[in-house]
Design a protein around this ligand. Structure first.
Ligand SMILES: NC(=O)c1ccc[n+]([C@@H]2O[C@H](COP(=O)([O-])OP(=O)(O)OC[C@H]3O[C@@H](n4cnc5c(N)ncnc54)[C@H](OP(=O)(O)O)[C@@H]3O)[C@@H](O)[C@H]2O)c1
Length: 286
């Protein structure tokens, strides 16, 4: 089948790479009318060549979200399916991440999703049906070292989705949570790079900022080395290897339990619950 044989429009965020891009291609191949979006519309040229509709959409930009939803509605009617996929991982110690980075994490992973949901719901109610798919993560159920704000944003997506599902079922609208485990996409690179935004003075400093002369070094390191979280961050950074699993062949991951063996690189381990097998898993791959 080719895109467009089923005319109800599907709007997907974050299609420049990874899961969003794969979803756009797959749903188009299944005959749906797909509107793939990304911050940089140039990044969607390959999808456009396949006949997929493309639009610019930055989920943190109010005007951009409104323009995208309006464009779809004018061209194809109310959005039938919204896939809230755009997101990334911000990693680093709570104490050290700058507030503007923390806000950006929530603006992208949570508030952008909320706003798009608000914008498509009136059309879905008018049609008397619709489906909203929120891409959370297995990290919306468990928390791993270094990912306080990524996990918090995904936990927020989970709570919102569960409440919203109860609110809109009466209108024939379904809310679906997608909770992927590790998938080989650029996500890992973005998460690993975000660690560099965590610096001893990154959050604006303070009495325990690790600056020379600071005697409040705490158990995580010494003031002399300038960064009391140096060892912890090295461990988190070392936990971002490339996942061995590729998109499409990742097996389902059962709810895991986390074992922390120590603050050394590579010693954080996820164990599958209920079994005697354990496998090392990238902390950043959720
Ligand atoms: N990969 C995994 O292991 C994994 C596991 C569980 C959950 N997830 C979740 O799956 C979703 C997709 O991730 P992925 O693995 O496919 O990673 P990805 O390839 O890095 O894709 C992330 C997408 O989000 C987009 N994005 C970021 N900020 C945006 C913004 N402000 N407005 C619009 N788009 C924005 C990126 O666009 P740009 O190119 O413009 O940055 C990119 O298209 C995310 O929500 C992620 O948390 C991933």
């Amino acid at each position: 089948m080719v895109g467009g044989t089923r005319s109800v429009p599907v709007l997907i965020t974050g299609c420049s790479s990874g899961i969003g891009r794969a979803a756009a291609i797959s749903l188009h191949a299944a005959g749906l009318t797909v509107y793939a979006t990304a911050r940089q519309v140039d990044a969607l040229a390959g999808l456009a060549r396949q006949g997929i509709h493309t639009l610019a959409l930055d989920v943190t930009d109010e005007a951009s979200t409104m323009e995208a939803v309006t464009a779809v509605e004018e061209a194809a009617g109310p959005v039938g399916v919204l896939v809230n996929n755009a997101g990334y991982g911000l990693y680093g110690p709570v104490e050290q991440l700058p507030m503007d980075e923390i806000r950006r994490q929530f603006e992208t992973n949570f508030f952008g999703l909320v706003r798009l949901t608000q914008l498509v719901l009136p059309g879905m109610r008018r049609r008397g049906r619709g489906r909203i798919l929120n891409v959370s993560s297995m990290g919306g159920r468990i928390t791993l070292p270094g990912g306080a704000f990524y996990h918090a944003s995904k936990y927020a997506v989970e709570a919102l989705s569960d409440a919203l599902r109860m609110e809109v079922a009466q209108f024939g609208i379904d809310v679906v949570l997608i909770e992927p485990g590790p998938v080989k996409t650029p996500w890992n690179d973005v998460a690993a790079a975000s660690l560099s935004t965590a610096t001893p003075t990154g959050a604006g400093g303070g009495p325990g900022d690790g600056s020379p002369g600071d005697s409040d070094s705490g158990p995580g390191g010494s003031a002399a080395d300038g960064d009391p979280y140096a060892t912890y961050k090295a461990a988190v950074g070392a936990s971002f290897p490339r996942p061995r699993l590729r998109l499409y062949d990742a097996p389902p991951v059962r709810a895991p339990s986390l074992t922390i063996d120590g603050p050394s690189p590579g010693l954080y381990r996820l164990e599958r619950g209920g079994g005697n097998r354990s496998r090392t898993i990238s902390l950043g791959s959720c």
